[in-house]
Design a binder for this molecule. Structure first.
Ligand SMILES: NC(=O)c1ccc[n+]([C@@H]2O[C@H](COP(=O)([O-])OP(=O)(O)OC[C@H]3O[C@@H](n4cnc5c(N)ncnc54)[C@H](OP(=O)(O)O)[C@@H]3O)[C@@H](O)[C@H]2O)c1
Length: 267
């Protein structure tokens, strides 16, 4: 069974730039109705004005606020009798600098945006997704949710948490579908997409950045390429995809020899 965008209803968080914006355009171009969420109203209005089909519905708000999450799903539910086919938890933020020099506020902010908000959106969206067609929850994580690196401790922790939650919820939903074969056609898949460095605005809007800390990367992908890979993973209802050669090298080298990776990262 494949997920198909035509006449589907999707929610995409982080729609105002980077990967989320590209994914919204891709989904609308292929016939989906997309509820796109972000804080920057002007960005969403501009995206809406480029959509002649009228299938892009902006919701302006901060996903860490419960009222915004309720509004997102209320808007999506109005499109077609409470049905939702796709939730993309894409909105995310980062911070760079040693953990010991930072503070609780930095940790809590990163966890709120990258973990608690998507977790609660998932929980609230499940009843709507159960009425969807081949429904998918797509969580945009990171290769740093598979292998943690120095100077991005809060970010790594948030993406590891999203990774763990995605694995657990996927297994719960699969068990539920196995116990009720009549619900197979709308069994919810959880797709974890783990990009490597992406040339978006992400590094321009870090909530904290230590000039002395480094953010090394072995090549980067444009956001449109990441969005295409995420879209392909959603269509084929994959459980997990790790993107880019450098991303795969980091994750698989760590799986083969964690001590070697520890030694490399300690340098
Ligand atoms: N860039 C990378 O190198 C990279 C690598 C691996 C994974 N990722 C992940 O990919 C995802 C997308 O990142 P990107 O690279 O496309 O970054 P981006 O261009 O900075 O986009 C981030 C999006 O999240 C939204 N956002 C941030 N905080 C929000 C909040 N509290 N409420 C609602 N929306 C919020 C932003 O919109 P507003 O500011 O308008 O709210 C923006 O639309 C993130 O989860 C990120 O962790 C990125």
């Amino acid at each position: 069974m494949r997920w198909t965008p035509t006449n589907s209803i999707a929610v995409v968080t982080g729609a105002s730039s980077g990967i989320g914006r590209c994914l919204c355009e891709m989904l609308v171009d292929r016939g989906a109705t997309v509820v796109g969420v972000a804080r920057r109203r002007e960005r969403l209005v501009e995206l809406q004005s480029r959509d002649a089909s009228g299938c892009f519905i902006p919701v302006v708000g901060d996903i860490t606020e419960a009222a915004t999450r309720t509004e997102i799903l209320a808007v999506a539910a109005q499109v077609d009798q409470g049905r939702l086919d796709l939730l993309v938890n894409n909105a995310g933020i980062g911070a760079i600098g040693p953990f010991a020099d930072a503070n609780e506020e930095r940790l809590r902010r990163v966890m709120e945006v990258n973990f608690f908000a998507p977790a609660e959106l998932m929980r609230q969206a499940i009843p709507l997704l159960r009425r969807g067609r081949a429904p998918v929850i797509c969580n945009i994580s990171s290769v740093l949710g598979h292998r943690a690196v120095p100077d991005k401790s809060e970010y790594c922790a948030s993406k590891f948490a999203l990774h763990g939650l995605s694995d657990a919820v996927r297994a719960e939903l699969a068990r539920e579908a196995a116990q009720d074969p009549s619900s197979q056609h709308n069994a919810i898949q959880v797709t974890l997409v783990s990009p490597s460095t992406t040339r978006s605005e992400f590094f321009d809007v870090l909530i904290d950045s230590d000039a002395a800390a480094s953010s090394p990367s072995l090549g980067s992908w444009p956001p449109a390429k990441v969005a295409s890979a995420a879209f392909a993973a959603i269509e084929s209802r994959r459980s997990e995809v790790i993107l880019s050669l450098a991303g795969k090298a980091l994750v698989y080298a760590d799986r083969i020899s964690p001590p070697l990776m520890n030694a490399i990262l300690a340098r």
